[in-house]
Design a protein around this ligand. Structure first.
Ligand code: GLP
Length: 241
C-alpha cells in the first residue's frame, strides 16, 4: 500500500486521473471499477477534460460500479446510475452499453448480486478499482461487520452511512436503508486499487486503514493485504497519518 498526500483536492484529482490515463493507454479495453460519492467528482471532471482534449479514449473501456441503493430506479436523481451518467458517462466517449451499475430494483436482489459477480468475472475481472471511503471505513457499501463479505451482497446501511448520505434526500425517510454492493472479494481481486479520501471527516478512517490491523470493523483495512493499492488523500484526510 502506498500513500500519497496532496496539498489540494484539485492536485489529488489530477494525479488520480493520470493513473486512469496510464491504465487506459496501456490497455484500451480496460475494465474499470468505479465509485460514487462526492470524493471522485473532481477526478471524473478531470477525466472528462482529458477525454475532450483527446488524451484519453474511453471507446473500448468497460466499467462496473460498486453499488446502488435498493429501490431506486436508474432515473431517480439520487440513484448511482444517474450519478454516473451525470458526473462521467455523459461527458466522455464511452459506449453506454459498456457501463454497468448493480441493479437495485430487480425481483430477486441476491440473484442480481450473483449475476453481477459473474458478469465481472466474464469481463476478465477489474483492472483498476476506484474507491472512496465512508467515515466508518466502508468501501463500496461494505459496512463494518464481524467478517469480510466476499461476493456482491445486499447490505443494511449503518447509522453512520445514513447520517452521511441522508442530506442528498428531501428527508431521511426518502433515503433507502439498503443497498447492493460489490463485495470485498471482488475488490481484492482487482489488479490495482486506488482509494481517494478528502477532508477531516475521513482522517480516522484513513488512519485505521493505513495503521490499524486488518479488521472487518474497518473494511478498507483489508487493502493492506492487496499487492497494488494506492491511497491518495488531501492533507485534511491525511492529518492523522
Ligand atoms: C457512499 C458510497 C461509497 C463512498 C462513500 C463516501 O456510501 N457507497 O462508495 O465511498 O459514500 O462518500 P463521499 O465521497 O461522498 O464522502
Amino acid at each position: 500500500m502506498v500513500v500519497h498526500v496532496f496539498k489540494t483536492p484539485e492536485e489529488l484529482a489530477q494525479a488520480a486521473a493520470m493513473v486512469f490515463a496510464a491504465q487506459i493507454a496501456k490497455k484500451p479495453d480496460t475494465v474499470l471499477g468505479l465509485a460514487t460519492g462526492s470524493t471522485p467528482v473532481g477526478t471524473y471532471r478531470e477525466l472528462a477534460r482529458l477525454n475532450r482534449l483527446g488524451l484519453i479514449d474511453f471507446s473500448e473501456v468497460r466499467t462496473y460500479n460498486l453499488d446502488e441503493y435498493i429501490g431506486l430506479e436508474p432515473t431517480h436523481d439520487q440513484s448511482y446510475r444517474y450519478f454516473m451518467n451525470d458526473n462521467l458517462f455523459n461527458h466522455i466517449n464511452i459506449k453506454m452499453e459498456n457501463t454497468h451499475v448493480p441493479c437495485g430494483t430487480g425481483a430477486d436482489h441476491w440473484a442480481d448480486a450473483r449475476a453481477y459477480d459473474e458478469a465481472v468475472e466474464a469481463a476478465g475481472g477489474i483492472d483498476l478499482q476506484l474507491l472512496g471511503i465512508g467515515h466508518n471505513g466502508h468501501i463500496g457499501f461494505n459496512e463494518p461487520n464481524d467478517k469480510f463479505i466476499y461476493g456482491t451482497n445486499i447490505v443494511k446501511l449503518t447509522r453512520s452511512t445514513i447520517d452521511a448520505n441522508k442530506i442528498y434526500f428531501p428527508t431521511e425517510d426518502d433515503m433507502p436503508k439498503e443497498a447492493i454492493s460489490f463485495g470485498i472479494g471482488g475488490i481484492m481481486k482487482a489488479k490495482a486499487v486506488i482509494l481517494l479520501a478528502l477532508g477531516k471527516g475521513k482522517a480516522q478512517a484513513i488512519h485505521d486503514t493505513v495503521h490499524g490491523e486488518i479488521d472487518p470493523k474497518c473494511p478498507a483495512s483489508i487493502l493492506k493485504a492487496h499487492p497494488n493499492t494506492i491511497i491518495m488523500v488531501d492533507e485534511a484526510a491525511g492529518s492523522m497519518l
